[in-house]
Design a protein around this ligand. Structure first.
Ligand SMILES: Cc1cc2nc3c(=O)[nH]c(=O)nc-3n(C[C@H](O)[C@H](O)[C@H](O)COP(=O)(O)OP(=O)(O)OC[C@H]3O[C@@H](n4cnc5c(N)ncnc54)[C@H](O)[C@@H]3O)c2cc1C
Ligand code: SF4
Ligand code: SF4
Length: 393
């Protein structure tokens, strides 16, 4: 919805300026302009003596019938002009499963420069249509052409669901696309489920983690969410006859950008806890640097990396890059050993993909024992030396 002023009718009496409780109207020359602070309360509309103001509805609510019709799923690939980010195949895997469940088709938007090969490769993973935007303007991420391209694909494909990666690129792009369609967006979902009627249930911790919120978008389409890397299984190769790459027309309007990329400096690649196959994650129960040393020794002996809970980062015991959880990294190791970690929902949000979880904690009621596969109840100061000795022995 948007406040509009009919300039033909407006007599510039300025009555609305003093009516607005949010100082959201201003006279600029011969017109009244609406500022960003407008809350659409409608007071000015009611008080305008010549009925020059009105609130325009955009993106009308969907009817029952049109809600049922939109059943396609679209995912936005992430490509750095060398390779597809691994989260792309996770989005494709999730999108394919959803599309199958609601009998829809799956499309993938790919933006880049000289990326025919990557577009074709996506067809091998169950994508029905790849919307390809191949131009040097997509050689680096610039927000306007990227937003225009995704908008173009969504208008053409009319999906019920649009999934983005919860990466810096996806987190920047998704809100702009959502604003264009005046639809809802849930960021950093830890679980995504789709109901038979095509409704997307977007699950993520809310209110400081006190609840796992189930968020739905009942009246607008597409339903949009960002999904974190390592939260979902990557797509597997799948024979998909009839799938195709659609090379979209690139108009000047679509490519226009107010940003010129002058130079790009890549950060040197750093090893990430997200890629580790074995992790020993320690929490506040570890208590001091000496015990942290035992955790590091255990990790070294089993060829793993050390991960931590947020309190250890906050107290300066560890680096943020080691933090696992909602505001840290999501991980999918084959083996995760937690030591003195209670298992708060913000931590477990980052370990849903771990294959085997072994928990060590002195409190038998700790929530971590509800998510682990093997639990050791006891003092970590006793258990760690025994484990280390047996591995050395
Ligand atoms: C918006 C938001 C985002 C957040 N994001 C994250 C996040 O990304 N990652 C994260 O980890 N947290 C995050 N948190 C914090 C989270 O809520 C918890 O506070 C945190 O995970 C708890 O860390 P912990 O398990 O190390 O500490 P605690 O909850 O204090 O648990 C310590 C555990 O150690 C055990 N223990 C103590 N002594 C011993 C011993 N001698 N032997 C064996 N066990 C022992 C205790 O029984 C206890 O279970 C976030 C919070 C908010 C509000
Ligand atoms: S109250 Fe109505 S007529 Fe007067 S300035 Fe505002 S919009 Fe124009
Ligand atoms: S709709 Fe309400 S907030 Fe917006 S300009 Fe009018 S009075 Fe101000």
């Amino acid at each position: 919805m948007m406040l509009r002023i009919n300039k033909e009718r407006c007599t510039l009496c300025e009555a609305c300026l003093s009516t607005c409780p949010f100082a959201a109207l201003e006279r600029v020359g011969d017109e009244i302009v609406v500022l960003d602070t407008c809350r659409l309360c409608g007071m000015c509309v009611r008080n305008c003596p010549v009925e020059a103001m009105f609130i325009e509805k955009q993106g009308e609510d969907l009817t029952e019938a049109s809600l049922k019709e939109t059943r396609n799923v679209i995912v936005i690939a992430e490509y750095d002009n060398k390779q597809l980010h691994p989260v792309t195949l996770e989005l494709v895997g999730k999108g394919r499963a959803m599309a199958d469940q609601i009998s829809g088709e799956l499309a993938c938007v790919l933006m880049g420069c000289d990326c025919d090969k990557e577009a074709t490769s996506l067809l091998e993973y169950g994508v029905d249509v790849v919307y390809l935007y191949d131009h040097k303007a997509f050689g680096h991420f610039t927000i306007e052409p990227y937003t225009n391209a995704v908008e173009d694909a969504i208008r053409d494909f009319e999906p019920a669901i649009a999934l983005f990666a919860a990466t810096p690129l996806g987190r920047s792009l998704a809100p702009r696309v959502a604003a264009r369609f005046r639809t809802g967006l849930t960021a950093d979902c830890t679980t995504l489920e789709v109901r038979e009627n095509g409704e997307l249930v977007q699950i993520r911790p809310a209110f400081g983690g006190d609840v796992m919120a189930q968020i739905i978008t009942p009246k607008h389409r597409p339903q949009m969410a960002t999904m974190r890397h390592k939260i979902s299984e990557p797509a597997r190769p799948r024979h998909n006859p009839g799938s195709k790459v659609v090379r979209r027309e690139l108009t000047d309007e679509l490519l226009q950008s107010g940003i010129t990329v002058v130079n790009v400096q890549k950060r040197p690649p750093e090893s990430s806890i997200s890629d580790a196959e074995i992790i020993v994650a320690c929490g506040r129960g570890v208590g001091n640097r000496e015990t942290l040393g035992l955790v590091e020794e255990l990790a070294r002996l089993i060829g793993g990396q050390v991960g931590v809970t947020r309190p250890l980062v906050e107290t300066g015991f560890a680096n943020y890059r080691q933090q696992i959880g909602l505001s840290g990294r999501a991980v999918r190791p084959k083996l995760l050993i937690t030591v003195g970690v209670s298992g708060a929902v913000q931590f477990t949000a980052g370990i849903t993909g771990a294959e085997t979880i072994v928990a060590i904690d002195s409190n038998p009621e700790a929530p971590i024992f509800q998510v682990c596969h093997y639990g050791l109840v006891g003092d970590l100061n006793e258990i760690l030396p025994i484990l280390i000795d047996s591995l050395k022995g």
